[in-house]
Design a binder for this molecule. Structure first.
Ligand code: SIN
Length: 282
């Protein structure tokens, strides 16, 4: 694919690209088509040097799909779909630290997440991404065949990292809500899903959210879930986005996972996030 209207620079061999030369508030059809193509091709796009208000974030996000509600953080005043991810200098835990795809415990998880950086630490606070389609491709045919017949039970309870309540207690800078209902959010999805836009298969399983394979116990499931998690985050399947104020990153939750690195204690990081494009994984 060639890009005439935007500048596209890959971030790593497997996924991720930095995009320059576009103001997402003013995209003609050709420019939007190239941005969308880059999203499908690179799975994670970091669009630099944007100056966005919440209305602009809503407009550009809607191009990728209809907005989703996030159940566990209150939205911004007047913008219920957008919430702020904030880590204050005195806080030691961050939001989104730990590999996952967003809200896989919903019946229709969002195809994309849009994250806009307002304040970034002088150093640190990057986000890691991995390409779960490349991880799928690297499996043996027998493993692919077996996983293709499995479904995963996904829960919002964060059972394998101490539970959502203990996590929420320590991310004080954010407007947390609904913690007590977390265990009630559960959805069963295929472990291997096919992207309807590209036809590519990808793993859809994470240590954070997948508590077991459907029809199997947690004990039976855990070793393979752990192995698949480690497999997906092999260095050759990853890239890293280094944020700066004005970076707008959009990632494809159907074929990536991400993890926010918590290496900037003593500094403030503030982002605005929205998820869009509810889709039944198939
Ligand atoms: C998340 O949405 O999981 C957080 C990502 C980040 O803050 O970098």
């Amino acid at each position: 694919m060639s890009y005439d209207r935007i500048e596209v620079r890959p971030l790593a061999g497997s996924l991720g690209a930095e995009i320059r030369g576009v103001d997402v508030r003013r995209m003609d059809n050709q420019t939007w088509s190239e941005v969308h193509q880059a999203f499908l091709e690179f799975r994670v796009i970091a669009i630099r040097d944007q100056q966005l208000q919440p209305d602009d974030i809503m407009s550009v996000s809607r191009r990728f799909g209809e907005p989703n509600f996030y159940p566990f953080v209150t939205g911004m005043e007047g913008y219920p779909y957008i919430f702020e991810i904030v880590k204050e200098p005195q806080e030691t835990r961050n939001f989104g630290g730990g590999w996952h795809s967003d809200t896989t415990y919903l019946a229709q998880p969002p195809l994309a997440t849009v994250l806009y950086a307002l304040e970034t630490p002088a150093k640190g606070g990057d986000t890691l991404y991995c390409n779960t389609a490349a991880a799928y491709d690297a499996l043996s045919d027998t493993m692919k065949d077996m996983l293709g017949r499995l479904k995963g039970v996904n829960s919002a309870g964060l059972k394998h990292s101490g539970g959502r309540a203990s996590h929420h207690k320590v991310i004080g800078g954010m407007k947390i809500q609904g913690t007590e209902q977390a265990d009630t959010y559960e959805a069963i999805h295929p472990i291997v899903r096919t992207c309807p836009d590209t036809g590519r298969k990808a793993l859809y399983v994470s240590r954070a959210h997948t508590i077991r394979f459907d029809g199997m116990t947690e004990d039976e499931s855990r070793p393979l879930i752990e192995w698949l998690q480690q497999h997906q985050i092999r260095p050759e399947f990853t890239c890293r986005v280094q944020w700066e104020p004005g970076t707008l990153t959009v990632w494809d939750n159907r074929c990536t996972q991400h993890s926010a690195i918590n290496d900037y204690n003593g500094q403030r990081r503030r982002m605005q996030r929205i998820t869009v494009g509810p889709q039944i994984p198939a």
